[in-house]
Design a protein around this ligand. Structure first.
Ligand code: CA
Length: 505
């Protein structure tokens, strides 16, 4: 069987995407000849489209033709006008509740039970929280020394991770939206991978005081070091080393145990997407998500600007009016946030997304939503909130990879699955990241960075359930510590860019 030239998703679509570059003059299908070279992953018109006519992919209007488009033409991002975003005030909920989900091959994994409750840990890490960026320099010196001198003595501990961030002072700490970064940092301090051990480094004069970061009951010299109370640099390093060693001793006693999937919380994200993401990598992730949910696990997906144009599809999957209302409220909050910055959701696609054939945010959204699979949405969270339910959760966060990551970590994910078309070496220090690519060429280019290749779906060599099951198994193996993802193996750790919608002073 020869590989297909194009991928068309729904019968009503009047465009298809090129599996590989299609040369001008190639007969793509009966009666349709490429009018010019169509770059890989870009759209070709399957019918004549009049000026102002709908351009339809995924059965959804991506936009309206700015000029007449002839059958066989390349449709690039300059040729269509963005439709108005869907209204969120009158969405229907509960009209698409799918309960027929694929059975997972296993229903248990090996994790660390978490003394704080909530989802179990996938790794055993000494996490060192900070109230303010000012302490970062000293803490980093200390952590380097801890990794060199202490970590080898405690072989059951995977790593020592400073939770460095740009927040904490010089910020409007009483602004209403300051609750977002504060909530993220509070929840990060108690991440499931930190195994119930709190260690906090403060400066002493910052706006974000220790009691904003941890509970009153946890504030003690056992858990908190204030640099301004130490006599010089050496004393600071000694205090940090001493506290770290006490915590490492306790963490070293943690053991993995066989746990039900209900104790696993997995995050889904995509970045550097292309037009294949929505037909290969994201639907495979969606299939794995459905298997996880069917097995009792919790799966989280996010990225507001990348669901905004298909939000009604999510509303149809919300289990109650309450969940749908929270979804609508989060969309409105973000619309307003963008409006205050004098932009709209069209600010989302990147030059790389466009080069990868994504014409606009509607097309990107339709592909992005595929990673949520088909299961019902049981809860909607504000950025950095922790889930209270099991199943599929929508956690409203920015789509920016490096901002979504910390938000999902704050919500307690033990592992993130990351889909990419263009390629990014993205990774997190607090939880492993599994990379899934959308095209065979990407896997060939980065064989030692991409963990799972969904490209064979585009060439007809594999199916979505096959790659989805492979990904499910990879998730279980990495979560259980039997395997490391490439990003984890090479320690590719992005900075923790904390979402701060409040003013900086
Ligand atoms: Ca992203």
């Amino acid at each position: 069987m020869s590989a297909p030239l194009y991928i068309k998703i729904k019968d009503e679509d009047n465009v298809a995407i090129a599996v590989n570059e299609i040369k001008a003059g190639t007969e793509v299908m009966d009666g349709i000849t490429a009018a010019q070279d169509i770059p890989q992953a870009h759209k070709i018109a399957l019918r004549d489209i009049p000026k102002g006519g709908e351009i339809v992919r995924y059965g959804v209007v991506l936009g309206y033709a700015l000029d007449e488009i002839k059958k066989g033409s390349w449709i690039n991002e300059h040729m269509l006008e963005l439709p108005t975003p869907p209204d969120v005030d009158s969405m229907e909920y509960g009209t698409n509740i799918v309960t027929d989900l694929p059975e997972p091959p296993v229903k248990t994994w090996e994790g660390y039970r978490n003394p704080w409750g909530g989802p179990a840990g996938t790794r055993n890490i000494l996490g060192i929280s900070t109230t303010v960026q000012c302490v970062t320099g000293v803490l980093n010196v200390a952590v380097e020394k801890m990794r060199r001198e202490l970590l080898p003595k405690y072989p059951n501990v995977d790593d020592i991770v400073p939770v460095n961030h740009p927040y904490g002072c010089g910020v409007a700490i009483n602004a209403p939206e300051a609750k977002v970064p504060i909530r993220i940092l509070r929840n990060l301090a108690k991440h499931p991978n930190f195994g119930g051990q709190l260690m906090v480094v403060a400066l002493g004069c910052e706006k974000m005081t220790v009691d904003m970061l941890i509970d009153e009951a946890d504030i003690s010299p056992e858990n908190v070091i204030v640099l301004q109370e130490e006599k010089g640099f050496d004393a600071m390093i000694n205090a940090l080393m001493e506290m770290a060693e006490k915590k490492l001793k306790i963490l070293n006693e943690r053991k993995r145990e066989t746990l039900p999937l209900s104790e696993l919380l997995v995050g889904m994200q995509c970045g550097g997407s292309d037009a294949f993401s929505g037909v290969t990598a994201n639907p495979s992730a969606g299939y794995a998500a459905d298997m996880l949910v069917q097995g009792g696990a919790t799966v989280m997906f996010s990225e507001v600007t990348e669901v905004r144009d298909g939000v009604y599809l999510l509303a149809h999957r919300c289990v109650s009016e309450e969940v749908e209302k929270k979804l609508a409220a989060e969309m409105k909050w973000y619309d307003n946030y963008l409006l205050n910055g004098e932009v709209d959701r069209s600010a989302n696609p990147t030059p790389g997304n466009k080069k990868g054939g994504l014409a606009n945010i509607v097309e990107k959204a339709m592909g992005s939503i595929a990673k949520s699979g088909t299961s019902p949405i049981v809860e909607v969270l504000s950025p950095g909130e922790k889930p209270s339910k099991h199943g599929l959760i929508y956690a409203a966060t920015p789509a920016s990879d490096i901002v979504c990551g910390p938000c999902q970590l704050a919500s307690g994910i033990g592992l993130q699955v990351f889909m990419t078309g263009r390629g990014t070496p993205y990774g997190l220090a607090i939880a492993p990241v599994i990379k899934v690519c959308s095209r065979n060429d990407m896997k060939e280019q980065w064989p030692d960075l991409i963990d799972v290749n969904a490209g064979p779906i585009a060439t007809g060599e594999a199916t979505i359930p096959e790659i989805g099951t492979e990904l499910f198994n990879e998730i279980i193996d990495v979560a259980s510590g039997r395997k490391q993802s490439f990003a984890e193996k090479y320690k590719l750790h992005n900075d923790l860019c904390i979402f701060n919608p409040a003013p900086i002073t």
